[in-house]
Write a protein that binds this ligand. Structure first.
Ligand code: ZN
Length: 252
């Protein structure tokens, strides 16, 4: 967003319960006076992410009185047709592999376009001025519907089609996974970093039995590998900065 323009006072955060969308939620809570969340139930293989969402929201309310006051309604929208229409490793029990077009088999064509369009419909009804999403071009799997150009184009289309002036905000767009951990630290310090480590879900396979320094997951799928690598870099940098006991992201 152009820094010279004032932020709209309200936002709808696309909140899946993962590391990125949880960081986006904290980012929005630090900027907007009213924040609501939307989650999508689309037959995802890692459906466990839907169950961690309320626990994360409760933890954020406990972390900051300001955030508690700003965090409003949570909306769950069912989009079962996504799994019916697509044959991908996120919606079927198939192997996660690289496809002939260079995209991983976890790519669900059109998913983020549907998510954002659905969110825009809700934001319109709720009078919310911005959509906030954790889409990212860096350290991502190269999903074309996460690209900056795609989202800016969609923003224009939505505003033309709904005669609205919504902003699509993507605060993580140019950040590496390590920088996303760093942003979480800047927003809420060690307590917020620990909420992300303990409560968020990233693993594509829905694995939450094994606990690692960076959180729960299978430690082998692409989502786990990216999260673990980013955390290791963040923790190393943090250690070098010698932030002391209060700033250390070490396990408590
Ligand atoms: Zn995993």
């Amino acid at each position: 967003m152009d820094a010279s323009k004032p932020y709209p006072r309200s936002a709808l955060v696309l909140f899946s319960g993962g590391q990125d969308s949880t960081t986006c939620l904290a980012w929005a809570l630090s900027l907007y006076e009213r924040v609501e969340t939307i989650g999508f139930d689309y037959g995802q293989r890692h459906h466990v992410e839907m169950t961690v969402r309320p626990h994360i929201q409760e933890a954020l309310r406990q972390l900051s009185p300001d955030w508690k006051q700003r965090l409003g309604e949570d909306h769950i929208v069912k989009l079962p047709f996504i799994a019916e229409l697509s044959d991908t490793a996120l919606t079927r029990e198939t192997e996660i592999v690289l496809m002939g077009n260079g995209l991983p088999s976890t790519f669900v064509p059109g998913r983020n376009l549907i998510f954002l369009t659905t969110a825009a419909m809700l934001a319109y009804r709720r009078g919310l001025g911005a959509l906030v999403g954790g889409m990212c071009e860096t350290d991502s799997s190269g999903y074309p519907d996460c690209r900056h150009d795609t989202l800016k184009s969609l923003q224009q289309t939505l505003n033309l089609g709904m005669a609205s002036s919504l902003y699509i905000e993507t605060p993580l767009m140019w950040k590496s996974k390590a920088q996303i951990w760093e942003l979480a630290y800047a927003l809420g310090g060690t307590p917020f970093v620990n909420i992300i480590r303990e409560k968020t879900h990233t693993c594509y396979l829905g694995e939450r039995h094994e606990r690692h320094e960076w959180g729960f997951g299978c430690a082998q799928c692409p989502a786990c590998l990216i999260r673990a690598k980013g955390y290791a870099r963040f923790a190393g940098e943090n250690h070098k900065k010698n932030r002391g006991a209060e700033g250390s992201p070490a396990i408590r």
